[in-house]
Write a protein that binds this ligand. Structure first.
Ligand SMILES: [Zn+2]
Ligand SMILES: [Zn+2]
Length: 379
């Protein structure tokens, strides 16, 4: 049978405070107390359930473990972890969880943790989302960014130890870096959780960084955006991520580039596409117009007489630069033809006159189509 959620059992929200927990527990416990329900098996099991839930949630450490791992925190003999004791009956898959929780509460916060001679850890990789314009991708440029990150502490040079202080042997493991626990016939040896295997502890943590060897800072960085960079490109700046813990190596910084949609141009690789509406008369008679280009210039677009809707004009070399290459894409201008509306009387007369003179050659496609339809109706 699967176990019910402890919060559900007590009928409280996940963030409920101690007072809310207590009052919910009291109410339910009174209701289901065996003295009040003699011989009622259901009430008895409910009462047990309520007590188990409350026992867990009223205890800050157990609750933290439960919030993190659910019932799994207390399964597989994980009671040691939840109880805060140094359990000797956990299995190996439990030990990761255990160490995690252990670190959190045994350390009693950063100070104590930092005071331990804990191992160096590589700093985390950071992700920075940078949105640029299509123009910026076209030109390539250097962008200044502000990255909230952890940097090495100057006071202790990243070591986490108070300058001028030394180290002492870890009392938990006597400097071995490992501790043993007996379990039946077996003895389990594991990394010392106090010094995390180093065998040594700092005498005093650096006061400026609480022994972490790093501190929070907004770092200003300039990022070179190469010409032709595409949407979704990831730029890796090696060693620009978070500083390592207690002098560990730094992580990397990844800049994720996204390109803002452009008002006129759509991009497909190095080619650009633009849709431009033109008047029916321009399409029929031919003409030319100008479009702005990304290099802040203008390009002439020639419209051939008899241009059809959706027809494209290719402007060679007016597209995007190709990343790390001298190649440049093309710009395709798609012509959308607008049928005239709100005709004046005179315009209407002229179009009606034109219609009378129209031959099948003027509109070969529609002419052919309608004669084909005609044949179908006659058949
Ligand atoms: Zn420091
Ligand atoms: Zn130790």
């Amino acid at each position: 049978m699967s176990k019910r959620d402890f919060y559900e059992v007590l009928g409280v929200a996940k963030g409920a405070d101690d007072a809310a927990l207590k009052s919910a527990y009291r109410k339910l416990a009174m209701q289901h107390h065996p003295d009040r329900n003699p011989g009622n098996a259901e009430s008895e099991s409910k009462f047990k359930e309520i007590n188990e839930a409350y026992d867990t949630l009223k205890d800050g450490q157990k609750r933290a473990a439960y919030d993190r791992f659910g019932h799994a925190a207390f399964e597989n003999g994980g009671r040691g972890a939840a109880g805060g004791g140094f359990g000797n009956d956990f299995n190996s898959s439990m030990s990761d969880i255990f160490e995690d929780i252990f670190g959190d509460f045994m350390g009693g916060g950063q100070g104590r943790r930092g005071g331990g001679g804990a191992a160096k850890l590589r700093g985390a990789d950071l992700r920075y989302n940078l949105e640029i314009s299509l123009e910026e991708s076209f030109e390539g440029r250097t962008v200044e960014i502000d990255v909230p990150t952890l940097v090495g502490c100057d006071t202790c040079d990243g070591s986490g130890a108070k300058p001028g202080t030394g180290t002492h042997t870890c009392r938990q493991c006597n400097g071995h870096g490992k501790v043993r626990a007996a379990q039946g016939f077996f003895t389990i040896e594991r990394t010392c959780p106090v010094c995390q295997g180093r065998g040594q502890m700092m005498d005093a943590p650096c006061e400026d960084c609480s022994g972490q060897g790093r501190r929070q800072e907004n770092r200003k960085l300039s990022v070179d955006i190469p010409k032709g960079i595409e949407d979704g490109t990831r730029i890796r700046l090696a060693n620009e991520g978070e500083a390592g813990l207690r002098g560990g190596p730094p992580g990397d910084l990844y800049i994720f580039i996204s390109i803002r949609p452009h008002d006129l141009f759509q991009r497909d690789g190095a080619d650009l596409y633009a849709r431009v509406p033109i008047a029916m008369t321009t399409a029929a008679l031919g003409g030319e117009f100008e479009v702005p280009t990304l290099d802040a210039a203008r390009a002439k677009v020639k419209v051939a007489a008899g241009t059809q809707p959706g027809q494209r004009v290719r402007l060679k070399g007016k597209g995007m630069p190709v990343l790390r290459s001298k190649d440049v894409g093309d710009l395709y201008v798609q012509l959308d033809i607008e049928t005239p509306q709100a005709l004046s009387r005179r315009q209407r007369e002229l179009l009606e006159e034109f219609a009378k003179l129209e031959t099948e050659e003027n509109s070969p496609t529609s002419g052919g189509f309608f004669s084909k339809l005609k044949k179908m109706f006659e058949a």
